[in-house]
Design a protein around this ligand. Structure first.
Ligand code: ZN
Length: 170
């Protein structure tokens, strides 16, 4: 089977053939184009979020992902959002969302706070960072029984956009 590197192809293509190549790549599912009107960035297959604006493949901004078959109490979920938001209270810019990875094993299955992905709009911190925060750890612990993924799942908490919405009630 013939394998072509798309970057190579585009680099050597004449300028007027680039749109056609991109259209073919999208049609073949090699690329997906961001649906956000002001973005329209082409992203490689397999990338969950647009690398330019951070929206997902359906064009939606970052939102909560709750993987469990059984959802935990809403107040526990709100509590997690509050402590994670509080953790970044002094940080500028403030992240849009934090994704927790499942650290499952036979001995212990929990949401990891030592390997999280922190999202800053389109600039996703790909490398796992550590939150290392007892309040976050406790909130995760409470949710672990309910919000557990089936396989390789993740849990995402979207953080409120405006700082004023964050400080109220904390
Ligand atoms: Zn985009």
């Amino acid at each position: 089977m013939l394998t072509i590197d798309l970057d190579d192809l585009l680099r050597h293509a004449e300028k007027q053939s680039v749109p056609g190549i991109l259209a073919a790549a999208r049609a073949a599912g090699v690329l997906w184009q961001c649906r956000k009107e002001s973005c329209r960035h082409d992203n490689p297959r397999g990338r969950e979020l647009c690398s330019e604006c951070g929206h997902d493949q359906k064009g939606a901004p970052l939102h909560d992902i709750r993987p469990g078959l059984y959802r935990g109490p809403e107040e526990d979920w709100l509590d997690l959002r509050q402590v994670v938001t509080g953790h970044f209270a002094d940080q500028e810019p403030r992240p849009d969302a934090v994704t927790f990875l499942w650290a499952g094993s036979d001995d212990e299955a929990c949401w990891s706070e030592s390997a999280v992905t922190v999202h800053y709009g389109g600039h996703i911190k790909e490398s796992p960072a550590s939150l290392d925060d007892p309040a976050v750890c406790e909130a995760l612990q409470v949710l672990t029984d309910f919000e557990a993924p089936m396989y390789m799942g993740k849990m995402r908490v979207a953080l409120p956009a405006r700082p004023s919405a964050v400080t109220s009630g904390v």
